[in-house]
Design a protein around this ligand. Structure first.
Ligand SMILES: *Cc1c(COP(=O)(O)O)cnc(C)c1O
Length: 407
């Protein structure tokens, strides 16, 4: 047993005291975006109120202070991800932007016609569509890894897909629907054996606590701010230094250049090469505050509380006999995808909202996975450590009432 105190933890999140209509908010949409602790709200407000200017180019005090705070956020992100150097940390505008950066840059000269990229069918559209662009524009071949109903990937099938033509494996760190955690380390080692790079889409994975990209042995790791207790408009691309150094820029503009004249341009070193224009300064400061805050938490306490919430929700929903559950791996993250028998998930989500219960419904940007599961949409409850067992009961209660209304 841990002594994790959910009531105390909740107090750090001002939004959680809201009501929705006549009901207290039960925010169970954390896999879409997580709420922000006061530490993050304060860090951004303080920066705006006391120390703000554009970064890098100034020679005045506020510019220097803001540059220091922005670069400090990069150092915090490097520590959070276990990077070897802060030069391996590229600030982007989110998870989608980070993956598009990699696809556009590698697509310029590293990956071409007939080369192969391996993806799983449970990837988020953000980790599918940029690779479809390379298929359409460059003739790159996409190879798909099947998953079972719990999101498990068969490593033998993966091995059979690897070939000397494999240039990249792009795989989720945690499924945003099934909650499954692929064995990224094994997949990375095998990818490297054929000379391929491996990208981890860590948008769902990174929220659970500090990551060790060196232990994962990945070449790229993508983190998004708004799902890691930080603001929207910021994401991190970790890239192994030797890999980033060989990559051309994707966007052109200020700060990414070494020298510009009328005949051409030479580029700055990574990470600045990939950060054209004014970066998301306040958002980076907010993300730095968020990651520092996460690092201070009792991860074991948070995890076991989330685990208990997830088990409680799965068991209680299952015992109603009106629910189909998707993804039942014992090791899954705090995500419960489900459908009520005879009801469309959009109707379910709307009826749950009438009781203050916020869940998502739809394809969750995972249409290939929906096809694999034989559905077009599901409802999805996703938990954060600030959720309570009372909120799980409210979810189950609201589901029973919705089912009675809809059938
Ligand atoms: C949310 C999410 C993304 C997209 O990240 P954004 O920052 O919202 O663009 C990509 N992959 C997964 C698994 C996600 O959950």
């Amino acid at each position: 047993m841990t002594d994790f105190d959910v009531d105390r933890f909740r107090q750090q999140f001002p939004i959680l005291s809201r009501d929705i209509g006549k009901s207290p908010l039960a925010y169970l949409d954390n896999a879409a975006s997580v709420q922000k602790p006061q530490a993050v709200i304060d860090a951004m407000a303080t920066a705006m109120a006391t120390s703000y200017a554009n970064v890098h180019r100034g020679l005045h005090t506020l510019a220097n202070e803001t540059t220091a705070a922005f670069e400090e956020a990069r150092t915090i992100a490097a520590n959070y991800l276990g990077a070897a150097s802060q030069d391996e940390i590229v600030f982007c505008s989110g998870g989608t932007d980070a993956i598009n950066l990699v696809a556009n840059s590698l697509g310029q000269d590293h990956i071409g016609e007939g080369d192969e990229i391996i993806l799983s069918v449970m990837e988020h559209h953000s980790n599918i569509v940029p690779w479809h662009f390379l298929r359409e524009r460059k003739g790159v071949v996409l190879k798909w890894l099947d998953v079972d109903e719990n999101g498990h990937i068969d490593i033998e099938a993966y091995k059979a897909n690897l070939s000397p033509r494999t240039k990249l494996v792009a795989i989720t760190g945690q499924s945003n629907v099934l909650g499954a955690f692929p064995d990224v380390r094994t997949m990375a080692d095998l990818a490297h054996d054929v000379g391929a790079l491996l990208l981890v889409d860590g948008c769902q994975h990174a929220v659970h606590g500090p990551v060790d990209v060196q232990a994962l042995n990945c070449d790229f790791y993508v983190l998004t701010g708004h799902k890691t207790y930080g603001p929207t408009g910021i994401g991190v691309l970790y890239g192994r230094q030797s890999v980033l150094e060989g990559m051309p820029p994707f966007r052109g503009g200020g700060e990414m250049i070494d020298r510009v004249d009328l005949d051409g341009v030479t580029y700055n070193e990574p990470p600045h090469r990939f950060e054209a224009g004014t970066p998301p300064i306040l958002e980076a400061i907010g993300l730095g505050a968020a990651l520092s805050w996460v690092m201070e938490q009792d991860h074991e306490g948070l995890r076991s509380h989330e685990r208990a919430l997830t088990d409680h929700a799965m068991e209680a929903l299952r015992s109603t006999n009106i629910v189909t559950l998707y993804g039942a791996s014992p090791e899954k993250g705090p995500i419960v995808a489900f459908n009520l028998k005879g009801a469309h998930p959009h109707d379910v989500a709307t009826l749950l909202d009438n009781k203050g219960v916020a869940v998502r419904a739809g394809h969750h940007c995972c249409q290939p996975l929906m096809a694999r599961l034989g559905v077009t949409a599901t409802a999805r409850a996703s938990f954060a450590p600030y959720n309570t067992h009372d909120e799980v009961d409210a979810l189950v209660d609201a589901c029973v009432k919705a089912h009675n209304l809809l059938n």
